[in-house]
Write a protein that binds this ligand. Structure first.
Ligand SMILES: Cc1cc2nc3c(=O)[nH]c(=O)nc-3n(C[C@H](O)[C@H](O)[C@H](O)COP(=O)(O)OP(=O)(O)OC[C@H]3O[C@@H](n4cnc5c(N)ncnc54)[C@H](O)[C@@H]3O)c2cc1C
Length: 382
C-alpha cells in the first residue's frame, strides 16, 4: 500500500534542500509534513566546479546558515579572457569566488535540514511520477508514496520533468571537468579563477575554466569546459581536445582517465515549470545558459517553490498556475531571462575579433553587465 505524505521533495541537492529550509522558515507547520527523497547517501559525489557566488551566500545567510562552516578554496580575483588575455575582476568583497566541494557542501546543507526537523530518506530512488487529480503517485525502489504535492528537484537528468512534461524540448549544455594537482610551471595564479572564451571561435558556445579548489585541505585545480550547444548546428564540436589544448597552453596535462562529464539543463523563459500537484526547482526547472552557474539559482528556486507551496495550502489551489509567473517576475527569473538573452547574443557573435573586443577592450561594459545580470539578484529575491 502507498505511504501517504503531504509534501515530497525529490532530490536532496541545493534546490531540494533549499525548498525544505525555506519551508521551515516561512511555514514550519508544513515543514513537519515534508519528506525529502535522495537516491544517494551523503556525502555523495556531484560533478561540479563548486564556484559559489555572493548570491548563494546571501540566500544562505538569510536562512541563518554560515557558509564559512564549509571547507573552501578562495579565488581573490576572477580573470575573464579570450586566448589568454582579458580583464581581471577584483571585487571589493573577498573572496571574489568561494569554491566548495559539492560532497561537503550538500552534506552540510542536508545536516542543517535534519537539524531543523525535516526528514530526509537516503538511498531512495524515484522511478516514476504520476500526477493525478488531487494526488501525485511516486514510485520508488522502496515502495510507493501518495503525495499532496511533489517538488522535482532531481537535477538535470531527473525523472520528474520527463514524467510531467514529456513533450517539452530539452535545452542542455555539456560540461567536462577534471581535478588536478597545481603545477609549478603553471601560467595561472593560484588564487585566481580563470574563464577563457577561446573555444567560441571553434564552435563551442562556452568557455574553459581553471579554479582553485581543495580536497581534504590539499590545494587542487578544477579544470573544465562548458558548451551550451547554441552553436552546435546539428553536430556538436568535440570538447575534450579543446580542454586538453587549453590545459597544455597553461602548463597542465589532461589525464583522460580522470575526466568526467555531466549535462546541465538550462533555463528557457518559454518553458513550463509545473503541472497541477508538481513543481520543478533547480536544474530540473532550468539553470544558467550563459555560464552554467547553478548552485545559487537552485537555492533561489527553493525559496520560490516554498512560497508557492505555502500559497497552495492557504488557498487549497494546488494547480501551481502562478508558479511560472512567480519565477519570471522574481529577481531570479529576471537574471535567468537576461542570461538567456545574453547567451544567445554573446555566443552567436562567435567571430574572434568580436570576442577579442569584448574580453580585452570592453571592460566597463562587461563589468556593468555582470553586475546587473549575473550577480546581486539574491538580495532582491523577496
Ligand atoms: C561540471 C560542472 C561544473 C559546474 N560548476 C558549477 C559552479 O562552479 N558553480 C555553480 O554555481 N554551478 C555549477 N554547476 C551547476 C550546478 O552543479 C547545478 O546547477 C546544481 O547542482 C543544481 O542543483 P540541483 O539541486 O538542482 O540539482 P543537483 O545538484 O543535481 O541535485 C539533484 C539531487 O537529486 C538526486 N536525484 C536525482 N535523481 C533522483 C531520483 N530519481 N530519486 C531521488 N533522488 C534523485 C541526486 O542524487 C542529487 O542529490 C556545474 C555543473 C557541472 C556539471
Amino acid at each position: 500500500m502507498a505511504k501517504i505524505r503531504d509534501i515530497l521533495i525529490i532530490g536532496g541537492g541545493p534546490a531540494g534542500l533549499s525548498t525544505a529550509l525555506h519551508l521551515v522558515q516561512i511555514a514550519p507547520q508544513l515543514a513537519e509534513r515534508t519528506l525529502v527523497l535522495e537516491k544517494a547517501t551523503y556525502p555523495r559525489p556531484k560533478l561540479c566546479a563548486g564556484g559559489l557566488t555572493v548570491d548563494a551566500e546571501v540566500l544562505l545567510s538569510r536562512l541563518g546558515l554560515d557558509v564559512y562552516e564549509v571547507p573552501c578554496a578562495r579565488a581573490e580575483s576572477v580573470y575573464l579572457q579570450f586566448e589568454g588575455r582579458g580583464l581581471r575582476v577584483h571585487p571589493l568583497r573577498s573572496p571574489a569566488l568561494r569554491i566548495i566541494r559539492r560532497d561537503e557542501f550538500d552534506h552540510w546543507l542536508a545536516q542543517k535540514v535534519r537539524q531543523k526537523g525535516v526528514e530526509i530518506r537516503e538511498d531512495v530512488q524515484v522511478k516514476a511520477v504520476h500526477a493525478q487529480a488531487g494526488t501525485v503517485l511516486v514510485e520508488t525502489n522502496g515502495g510507493e508514496f501518495d503525495a499532496r504535492l511533489v517538488v522535482g528537484a532531481d537535477g538535470s537528468n531527473g525523472v520528474v520533468r520527463a514524467a510531467i512534461l514529456p513533450g517539452q524540448p530539452l535545452q542542455t549544455a555539456r560540461l567536462l571537468e577534471v581535478i588536478c594537482s597545481p603545477q609549478e610551471n603553471a601560467r595561472h595564479q593560484p588564487d585566481c579563477a580563470y574563464f577563457d572564451f577561446f573555444c567560441i571561435s571553434n564552435g563551442i558556445a562556452g568557455y574553459s575554466w581553471d579554479f582553485p579548489t581543495q580536497i581534504q585541505g590539499q590545494p587542487r585545480r578544477a579544470w573544465g569546459i562548458f558548451d551550451n550547444n547554441l552553436l552546435a548546428d546539428g553536430q556538436r564540436a568535440p570538447l575534450k581536445g579543446q580542454l586538453a589544448e587549453e590545459m597544455t597552453r597553461n602548463g597542465y596535462t589532461l589525464q583522460e582517465s580522470d575526466l568526467q562529464g555531466h549535462p546541465l539543463r538550462w533555463f528557457d523563459p518559454r518553458a513550463e515549470f509545473s503541472v497541477p500537484g508538481v513543481l520543478l526547482a533547480g536544474d530540473a526547472a532550468g539553470s544558467d545558459p550563459l555560464f552554467g552557474e547553478g548552485i545559487s539559482l537552485a537555492l533561489g528556486y527553493g525559496k520560490l517553490a516554498a512560497q508557492s507551496i505555502r500559497a497552495a495550502f492557504e488557498t487549497g489551489d494546488f494547480s501551481f498556475r502562478e508558479y511560472r509567473r512567480r519565477i519570471l517576475r522574481s529577481s531570479l527569473g529576471q537574471t535567468l531571462c537576461l542570461r538567456w538573452l545574453c547567451a544567445h547574443i554573446l555566443y552567436s557573435l562567435h567571430w574572434s575579433w568580436f570576442q577579442r573586443l569584448v574580453w580585452r577592450f570592453l571592460k566597463p561594459v562587461v563589468l556593468v553587465a555582470g553586475w546587473l545580470m549575473v550577480l546581486n539578484w539574491g538580495k532582491k529575491l523577496k
